[in-house]
Design a protein around this ligand. Structure first.
Ligand SMILES: Cc1cc2nc3c(=O)[nH]c(=O)nc-3n(C[C@H](O)[C@H](O)[C@H](O)COP(=O)(O)O)c2cc1C
Length: 181
């Protein structure tokens, strides 16, 4: 199956990227095809509104769409910015509106059912329960709107003190999660 990774932070070698990459490595080990998208390399804009309703910009999100429409799994990784997902991650989520029933049943049909999903966050706050509510929010959106099946969540907390790249137990957890796809 195709598993895609979304990195919602700007640091190509940052904590979030490392975590998403490790999940995808596990997914590959289990025989899946993987693709990773670093949102900071992409020009993804907010929805606009015109006379006919919402306007879906012709930008790099379009190149993502063929992958979204054929994926069996997704890993969404975001750093925590001011207690929530980063703006890049939120824009990615907003742009999924293209596939909403509000846009039209024909668009909703293009989005696959039952996609397996891992949501992952990294944050500076060094507490095991840090931002559980954000992970819950991500899980809820992906489940309620997109009928995804959450197979796990990951959290790289205290990333300043304990960089994800050196956090062997978290990386092992990420790899094992990837093998579940
Ligand atoms: C603009 C900004 C806002 C941040 N806000 C928070 C925050 O509210 N809580 C927190 O724990 N860490 C916060 N951080 C720290 C990041 O979440 C943390 O360093 C994260 O692991 C960075 O991931 P990256 O290496 O993938 O960019 C913030 C960092 C930035 C740049």
């Amino acid at each position: 199956m195709k598993v895609i990774g979304i990195v919602g932070g700007p640091r190509r070698d940052g904590h979030t990227a490392r975590l998403v990459e490790e999940v995808l490595a596990g997914a590959r080990e289990a025989g899946n095809e993987t693709h990773i998208f670093y949102l900071s390399d992409m020009n993804i804009n907010p929805l606009e509104y015109g006379e006919g309703g919402y306007v879906y910009p012709e930008d790099d999100f379009v190149s993502l769409m063929r992958h979204l429409e054929t994926m069996g799994g997704i890993v969404i990784g975001t750093p925590i910015y001011y207690d929530h997902v980063s703006s890049r991650s939120k824009l990615f989520i907003d742009r999924l509106y293209y596939y909403s029933m509000s846009h039209g049943a024909e668009y909703r049909k293009l989005f696959p059912d039952g996609v397996k999903c891992v949501n992952a966050i990294t944050c500076g706050w060094d507490h095991p329960n840090a931002y559980d509510e954000v992970l819950e929010w991500m899980n809820g959106r992906m489940t309620n709107y997109w009928k995804m099946h959450i197979i796990g969540t990951l959290k790289g907390y205290g990333s300043h003190k304990r960089p994800v790249k050196d956090n062997a137990s978290l990386l092992a957890e990420a790899r094992e999660m990837g093998e579940r796809f």
